[in-house]
Design a protein around this ligand. Structure first.
Ligand code: NAP
Length: 295
């Protein structure tokens, strides 16, 4: 049985992957409590200790706004660490699966145009820039990699946008929430992405893949659709990005087309509404309990 080492195994995606891969591999799930991947020495030591056949890197500095004031930290985790992993996997002839982001693009394409794998990246934020540097660091060091760029990820574990909306709607039902309605993206369920990663691994596919759910919406649409699916009354009104300034700039249209997965016959990603409805149904009670008890 192959050994699969997951970095970031306690995060949204890492937790889904750990659950899915537990029976398929000898699993080594590691997270920040075990090591700091941003420290090359610690990262190499973990790899040397466990000698995985496959490294799945779900670890990242994902606080997009905080990254603007902490670029060195974001770069260590998002750019330097993937390079260290790639160097190690290349030497040991292991496989590296890495996760990147729609935020490598500037989002200037006019909708309904979508970004494909060979479109030119042009990140607007430190987070996007460091994630792009991570992709480059991998490509420069090994050919045995699969990089999956995903978008607007949410899952059962950890903090995410739909949970924040639910928390606010429950804590202050009379409050009107203003949510940005001029950024387009594709909400993607971590449960589904874990299965897409499994498919890529089974096929031994390598290269760069866009891997987000089909279809697109704004944050406003996403919030309304999720609370409706959860059957929670809400007062959500649209606002513009200019009305809701944030430290990091975000792409206005970062909708990805999974062209490389489609051409390889590997695309498993359904419409975002389908997975969101299934997520709400599957986890309704647990998420309500979590967001109620932790306002
Ligand atoms: N979330 C999104 O909307 C989104 C969109 C597009 C792409 N992505 C990409 O998808 C991947 C998975 O994202 P996610 O949402 O699952 O992220 P997440 O929930 O933030 O999980 C990342 C995990 O990595 C851990 N981590 C952070 N710094 C670390 C370090 N120095 N050493 C070891 N572990 C560290 C985090 O620990 P702590 O929580 O303790 O910091 C966390 O458990 C990332 O590559 C991300 O860039 C995410």
């Amino acid at each position: 049985m192959d050994t699969l080492l997951i970095f970031g195994a306690a995060g949204q995606l890492g937790a889904e992957c750990a659950a899915l891969f537990r029976d398929r591999f000898r699993l080594v799930p590691l997270d920040l409590a075990d090591l700091d991947v941003g420290d090359p020495g610690q990262c190499r030591a973990a790899l040397e200790l466990h000698r995985p056949d496959i490294v799945l890197n779900c670890a990242a500095y994902t606080r997009v706004d905080d990254a603007e004031s902490r670029p060195a930290l974001a770069r260590a985790v998002n750019a330097v660490a993937p390079g260290v992993m790639a160097e190690w996997t290349e030497t040991r002839q292991a496989m590296l699966v890495h996760i990147s982001t729609d935020f490598v693009f500037d989002g200037a394409k006019p909708p309904p145009d979508m970004y494909v794998e060979d479109d030119q990246p042009n990140p607007l934020s430190v987070y996007g820039q460091t994630k792009l540097e991570g992709e480059k660091a991998i490509r420069e060091r090994t050919g045995r990699f699969a990089i999956l760029r995903t978008a607007w990820l949410y899952g059962r574990t950890g903090a995410n946008f739909p949970k924040t909306m639910l928390r606010l709607a429950q804590a202050q039902p009379e409050r009107t929430l203003r949510v940005v309605n001029d950024q387009l993206g594709s909400p993607t369920c971590a449960w589904r992405l874990a299965r897409q990663i499994a498919r890529v691994l089974e096929a031994r596919a390598t290269g760069l893949f866009h891997a987000s759910s089909d279809g697109a919406c704004t944050w406003h649409d996403f919030a309304c659709a999720f609370l409706d699916a959860m059957d929670i009354p809400h007062r959500i009104v649209p606002c513009s990005t200019a009305d809701y300034p944030t430290p990091a700039r975000r792409p206005p249209n970062s909708v990805l087309r999974n062209r490389a997965l489609q051409e390889a016959g590997l695309d498993l990603m359904p419409d975002w509404r389908e997975d969101m409805a299934a997520f709400a149904q599957r986890h309704r009670e647990a998420i309500l309990e979590e967001t109620r008890s932790n306002p």
